[in-house]
Design a binder for this molecule. Structure first.
Ligand code: BG6
Length: 465
């Protein structure tokens, strides 16, 4: 379907996310002919990057850095539609004017033009900015994309939500969690519900534990000011990793649409037990406090490992271990289901657990660990692996990068892969005990797997080590 003309307003247009993901994503969509025929992009923020020409040069450099095989024609067309308008929470009048002027240029009937407002700004700046959008009526005919984290705790997330409800209907709100845009994450649903092999085994009778593990090799990368106010729990656990847990644990949603999928995830979060601080480990990599912009006494966690439970019929007693951190030994995103050993006589005492591992990297894979017979005259057992490279499947369509896919979904008005207010609220309720009673941060060496206490958390250890 042809998309309606759009005015995109991008807060945080000169920031890191815009340079690395949003503009490259828009570029790829443009190159694939997936953007509307008519659109304009207005970058906005408190500080002007200079003239429109200087702003375009800045974005051109970002495209050159972050897009492979940049097509000059496509880039020029995109950059030609770009301008900048300063605004802040107290004063959005000029921005509102700029939006209207862009609309009038685009269509005789401005009512035909849709607005997409992307808020890539820190959580503390979000609420007053949303109020401004309402005051200036920029939310009219608009869709609002709100970057994570959604607030910093239960109270502030509720305040943020109330502010959103003042200015927009829930149908207009797109809470973005880019992990849900990853092909491999959606593939979890396909693998599980479209294959008779897996779904019958997806429960506490056969599964002994689940690990959701996202160690990162990257350190702070100049994001100290964001990170000092956020930390790993809010940056990753209460957002991306919780959403992954929702995807792994949910019941058959019945349909792949916004209501059904989000109802199913929401039911998982509702059944989650609030986290137990004595079963959580916070780490901080050595040298973090020496980074520029970091408090020399900072207690901010750069690594978290937790144990979680979903107290419903399917998952009773099955621990879910979630781990993530900066400056760790390896950069991966892996979900592992570990299975109970079979109750067997023939191989008694010689069995080992099976594992199904979903590697959610940009080259997604699925790996199954099995016990098989070692070659030779004796009946001895060894561990074998079956690996499926999901990127090797034959298909006509190019895969979309996570942000690309989600930007396209906003343009199409599809909220299936965006999180709903009730999910966010419940996740904060579950995480709140760790905010109220913070585990003390324990140091870990850069390039390691975190403090010993984190290594010891899961019974049987982490699959990645
Ligand atoms: C972001 C976090 O949301 O996700 C970053 O703010 C993190 O700290 C990043 O590095 C990881 O995303 P990806 O897609 O690169 O694994």
């Amino acid at each position: 379907d042809a998309l309606r003309p759009h005015v995109l307003v991008l807060f945080g247009a000169t920031g890191d996310l815009a340079a690395r993901k949003l503009f490259p994503g828009l570029y790829h969509l443009a190159a694939a002919g997936r953007l509307p025929q008519e659109y304009a992009i207005i970058g906005s923020g408190r500080h002007s990057p200079g003239t429109d020409e200087e702003f375009r040069d800045q974005i051109r450099s970002a495209l050159e850095e972050f897009v492979d095989d940049l097509d000059g024609g496509v880039a020029d067309d995109l950059l030609g539609r770009l301008s900048f308008q300063t605004s802040d929470a107290d004063d959005g009048a000029d921005l509102a004017k700029a939006v209207r002027a862009a609309e009038e240029q685009m269509a005789d009937d401005v009512g035909e033009v849709r607005r997409l407002v992307y808020m890539s700004i820190p959580p503390a700046a979000m609420k007053p900015m949303i109020a401004m959008l309402g005051r200036e009526e920029i939310t009219e005919r608009g869709r609002l994309v709100v970057e994570k984290p959604f607030g910093l705790d239960l109270d502030s997330s509720r305040e943020l939500d109330a502010a959103l409800k003042e200015v927009a209907d829930e149908e207009q709100v797109f809470r973005i969690d880019h992990f849900l845009g990853k092909e491999a994450v959606q593939n979890l649903l396909a693998v599980r519900f479209a294959n008779g092999l897996f779904e019958p085994a997806w429960n506490h009778e056969t599964v002994s534990s689940v690990q959701i593990d996202v160690p990162e090799e990257l350190g702070l990368e100049g994001r100290a000011s964001f990170y000092e106010g956020t930390g790993a729990l809010r940056d990753m656990i209460s957002t991306h990793l919780s959403q992954l847990l929702g995807f792994v644990a949910l019941e058959d949603p019945g349909e792949f649409d916004a209501d059904a999928l989000r109802d199913a995830k929401s039911a998982v979060f509702a059944a989650m037990r609030p986290l137990d601080p004595s079963r959580a480990v916070f780490g901080q990599f050595e040298g973090y406090r020496d980074e520029e912009g970091v408090d020399p006494d900072s207690q901010v966690e750069t690594m978290v490992a937790i144990e979680a439970f979903v107290d419903n019929d399917r998952w009773q007693g099955v621990p879910f271990y979630l781990r993530t951190g900066k400056a760790m030994a390896s950069g991966q995103r892996v979900i592992t289901l570990r299975f109970k050993t079979p109750d067997t006589e023939i191989f008694a005492g010689r069995t080992a657990c099976n594992e199904i591992q979903f590697d959610l990297s940009d080259n997604p894979k699925m790996r199954v660990a099995l016990q098989t017979k070692n070659p030779g005259p004796d009946m001895t057992l060894g561990r074998s692996f079956m690996t499926l490279d999901m990127g090797q499947q034959e298909h006509d369509e190019e895969p979309l990068e996570a942000y690309e896919r989600l930007l396209l979904d906003v343009l199409r008005g599809d909220r299936t892969l965006f999180t709903r207010a009730d999910e966010v609220d419940r996740i904060w309720q579950v995480a709140q005990p760790l905010l109220d009673d913070r585990p003390q941060v324990q140091p870990y060496a850069q390039g390691s797997w975190g403090p010993q206490a984190a290594l010891d958390l899961p019974e049987g250890g982490w699959s990645l080590h």
